[in-house]
Design a protein around this ligand. Structure first.
Ligand code: ATP
Ligand code: MG
Length: 319
């Protein structure tokens, strides 16, 4: 049976309710919302009824329990989340600027999830899984990188598959060993899910089609390029498909990419044709932005069906 694993940060997110440039003045805040890119991803997989697990670490504090309660309720196997009585759960403060970009203050590396490591329990969790989704954001500490690499080897050795979302934030790109780790993951990837400039991270080509060809030649089976409100494009060796964005009101874009990736992976693993996986992924990404709070907009199957049916016929362009 398919079981999806991800590894990395479990955080709370606290959002400034007033737009502006960062946190150098007192601003009203709302939160804590359950968050962390891997956590949002795996919550969306769980909500679609696909077997799922996450390896992470939280403190024995309210911020940790906000996450444990949500993930458990949505069907995720949380036995790989260690609760560290001495630790503090990670956090991210986010404030939107007027131009739509985001300023973050992260507490990740020095929080409980900064010390995720390869425990006996984690090895057991890894062995129950057939697919690994790697979040680039999760490669922020050497011990997490080691855990991801062991999971990669284990899943691949058992004939499983790997998806990879670089999910880069300028704030974390300077972590030690990050670039090398990203490059190693890419060489083992079956399904690549970049957005924007991330497509060109490891290509010599600087134009989309040429970069896709370069990546497909390295043995990646399929690539899905996320394009925000414009939707997404799917590529494999035989075809490319362009899906427009669903028309929704964007209240909070954080988590769209993670929800999109989770829905795509869930349908792809269940053998859906790429066009169907792409439609459900675009619907999950669209629903995600309609809710304030990064994990608040994850969806179950009925919610995605309702959005897709409500939107009427969609023109998917094939090449
Ligand atoms: P993240 O900030 O979570 O890392 P990302 O850059 O990885 O995001 P996006 O391209 O922002 O990913 O969003 C993923 C997908 O969600 C898009 O490809 C699109 O299908 C859908 N989506 C995102 N924003 C919107 C929007 N405003 N309206 C409709 N669909 C959207
Ligand atoms: Mg992303």
């Amino acid at each position: 049976m398919t079981k999806v694993l991800t590894i990395g940060e479990v955080l709370v997110e606290i959002v400034a309710t007033k737009k502006g440039n960062g946190f150098r003045e007192a601003v009203p805040l709302i939160g804590p919302f359950p968050s962390g890119a891997p956590a949002i991803f795996i919550d969306q997989v769980g909500k679609l009824g696909v077997s799922s697990a996450i390896i992470s670490r939280v403190g024995d504090d309210d911020f940790g329990h906000v996450n444990l309660d949500r993930l458990r309720a949505d069907g995720v196997d949380i036995s790989g989340i260690e609760v560290d009585p001495q630790g503090t759960t990670g956090s991210a403060f986010v404030r939107y600027r007027e131009d739509g970009s985001r300023a973050f203050v992260f507490n990740i590396r020095h929080s409980a999830c900064g010390t995720i490591s390869l425990t006996f329990e984690n090895r057991k969790t890894i062995e129950t899984c057939t697919h690994l989704h790697v979040m680039g954001t999760a490669l922020y500490a050497p011990s997490v990188v080691e855990t991801v690499m062991v999971a990669l080897d284990s899943v691949k050795a058992r004939g499983g598959t790997v998806s990879f979302d670089p999910n880069l934030r300028p704030e974390i790109m300077n972590s030690p060993g990050m670039r090398e780790a990203l490059s190693t993951v890419l060489t083992r990837t079956d399904l690549f899910l970049p957005s924007g400039e991330e497509l060109f991270l490891f290509t010599t080509a600087k134009e989309e089609r040429a970069a896709i060809d370069e990546l497909l030649e390295t043995g990646i089976e399929a690539i899905v390029v996320k394009r925000g409100a414009a939707g997404a494009r799917y590529y494999d060796a035989d075809q490319s498909l362009t899906h427009p964005g669903f028309a929704v009101e964007e209240l909070d874009p954080t988590g769209a990419g993670d929800s999109f990736g989770a829905a795509f992976v869930s349908f792809w693993l269940n053998g859906s044709p790429p066009a169907e996986a792409l439609t459900y992924a675009a619907a999950a990404g669209a629903r995600a932005v309609t809710k304030i709070g990064p994990m608040e907009g994850t969806s179950n199957r009925a919610e995605l069906d309702a959005l897709i049916e409500g939107a009427g016929p969609i023109a998917i362009t094939r090449q």
